[in-house]
Design a protein around this ligand. Structure first.
Ligand SMILES: [Zn+2]
Length: 121
């Protein structure tokens, strides 16, 4: 004996098993770091509509190129419809709906006995 202890087959197997276990832990950590947690689930953080950018509030409200084509215009028009509804009420235009969210603006409205004209789009 020269003081060096030769590992047995069992010890070698345990060392290989330990290395394998360590690799699995490292891979798991890498997966966890690269996965976004949304409501405690492992969910892809990319926008579900365009798949290009992270699905943040800012992206959905104002930056998503696909939503901008239709949904942003709809939202804009609904806000303007509320303004149109309130202006019509203030100027005495006869409205057929009681609530602003039911209001469908006409392209031309006339209020205050013909002194005010309200245009839409
Ligand atoms: Zn998007």
């Amino acid at each position: 004996m020269n003081g060096f202890i030769m590992p047995t087959k069992m010890t070698m197997m345990m060392i290989l098993l330990l290395l394998l276990l360590m690799m699995m832990v490292i891979i798991t950590i890498i997966i966890i770091i690269n996965t976004t947690k949304i409501l405690n689930t492992e969910t892809d953080s990319k926008c579900r509509v365009c798949q290009k950018f992270d699905e943040t509030i800012d992206h959905i409200i104002s930056a998503c190129s696909i939503l901008a084509k239709e949904q942003h215009i709809k939202r804009h028009d609904r806000v303007c419809a509320q303004l149109h509804f309130n202006i019509c009420k203030e100027t005495g235009v006869q409205l057929d709906k009681k609530h602003w969210y039911e209001h469908v603006p006409e392209s031309v409205e006339t209020g205050q006995g013909g002194n005010v004209t309200i245009l839409w789009n």
